[in-house]
Design a protein around this ligand. Structure first.
Ligand code: F0G
Length: 422
């Protein structure tokens, strides 16, 4: 093996060279994971990292790129960990934090994965990258491919991608095809296409992408000074929850944290293959044929990373819970109106999940909780417009506006008279 890392099968342990273009184990077909040669990890990592600013590449010693490789970056990571005092008061908890991944360059956590994945594509000499997507992956991949000068192909489920995300993929020059089927169908096709032709697949089945995403865990540790008690993550294809758990495990192995957090996955009720399967005690995840939810980002019935995610949940003593579309939309409003954070519906699922777990008395009041807000609210403005009345239209003069606001002279007089009379 050359370099600081190699690929290993999570089932049979088979090892592969990092130069191989491979997404699953050639021997048993299971998922792959990136592992690092321990002898090559510096012993004073904490010290090295402290001297760099917060970002994905702060952690480059534990990212799978060769020395000297030119990195494709748009300035990803370094997102705020917002302490939410009002939410804490409302939920009766002491410490709730929201990691606002909407601050990334294309507005979602996918950028953490794409900076590594697209850098890897260049390292491997690929000229075209591709993905299937519910929207954010395609927006992110399109941007990084544009920066790297690579061709980009994306397959999206027809009519089920939020407008903002579709626009991003288009403006960055990706070839966008709307598939008459759901995300699961699109992913299956793109996997075949990438195996048959020389195109690099950048869905979360690609283990390099998850390496970028694990930096969410590293950053939380650096921002909090320790690991939290619970990390709550919206789950779709189940890559992110797996990546974050891998990050915390690595920190523990390197003695950079003492305790590990519990990983809590949240799925939408209509797209909850992992939650349903765990609830029914199944040993493997049974797909949901027709997933449906207002949170289109996580409208996924057959999550490719289910095995990694179930491991993360079981090893950490966590759980996977479901939330209804109504709970998701309420949480979105709550976060926007009380904490000033506008997140897309899939992201709000983590806050909706926290609220539900509090009601179920599954959270202790003094636990440190981190919810991952995975994408920006502006990705999907339609969903908000559909729930609120249209703003009132007024003539462009002071008097009309005062009248509508109840600030006209008559209104003020009337109020004063009422007060005197009472
Ligand atoms: N939140 C948002 C905003 C997402 O876009 C996604 C996934 C998730 C959560 C779930 O993450 O798949 O790692 O469990 N979006 C993918 C996409 C599927 O195509 O943009 P996951």
């Amino acid at each position: 093996m050359t370099g600081n890392h190699y690929l290993a099968c999570i089932n049979c342990g088979m090892r592969y060279c990092p130069e191989e273009i491979l997404y699953t184990c050639r021997r048993c077909g299971d998922l792959l994971s990136v592992e690092y040669q321990e002898s090559q990890i510096p012993s004073d990592l904490g010290e090295i990292w402290r001297n760099r600013y917060l970002s994905v590449w702060r952690y480059r010693e534990l990212l799978p790129v060769r020395e000297g490789t030119e990195i494709v970056t748009l300035g990803e990571g370094g997102t705020n960990l917002n302490r939410c005092l009002k939410l804490s008061e409302m939920f009766g908890l002491e410490e709730i934090y929201v990691k606002n991944e909407g601050e990334n360059p294309t507005g979602s956590f996918k950028d953490r994965g794409m900076t590594v994945g697209v850098t890897k594509a260049l390292e491997l000499g690929m000229r075209t990258v591709a993905c299937a997507s519910t929207g954010n992956t395609s927006a992110s991949l399109a941007a990084y491919a544009a920066k790297a000068g690579l061709g980009c192909l994306v397959l999206i489920p027809s009519g089920k991608v939020a407008f903002g995300k579709l626009v991003q993929a288009i403006v960055h020059g990706a070839k966008v095809l709307q598939v008459q089927g759901n995300f699961d169908a699109a992913l299956s096709i793109i996997r075949h296409l990438c195996t048959k032709h020389r195109i690099y697949l950048l869905n979360s089945i690609n283990p390099y992408r998850l390496e970028g995403q694990k930096t969410i865990a590293y950053e939380i540790r650096d921002q909090l000074g320790c690991a939290p008690d619970k990390v709550i993550v919206p789950v779709g294809n189940a890559g992110n929850i797996s990546a974050i758990w891998k990050g915390f495990r690595e920190l523990e192995r390197l003695n950079l944290i003492e305790d590990l957090p519990q990983m809590i996955g949240i799925q939408a009720e209509g797209a909850a293959p992992i939650a349903n399967s765990l609830r029914n005690g199944l040993s493997s995840v049974r797909p949901v044929e027709r997933p449906e939810t207002v949170a289109t980002a996580i409208r996924i019935g057959s999550p490719v990373n289910w095995k990694k995610a179930v491991r993360a949940v079981n090893e950490s003593g966590g759980l996977v819970e479901t939330v209804s579309d109504q709970e998701i939309l309420e949480a979105q409003r709550l976060l926007a109106s009380h904490e000033g954070l506008f997140v897309e519906p899939a992201s709000a699922a983590s806050i909706a999940g926290l609220r539900k777990l509090v009601d179920m008395q599954r959270i202790c009041h003094d636990e440190k909780i981190v919810c991952i807000a995975t994408g920006h609210g502006l990705k999907d403005p339609d969903i908000v417009l559909r729930q609120f009345p249209k703003p009132v239209e007024v003539e462009a003069d002071l008097e009309s506006i005062e009248k509508v606001l109840g600030m006209s002279d008559e209104a003020i007089m009337h109020a004063a008279q009422e007060q005197l009379a009472s």
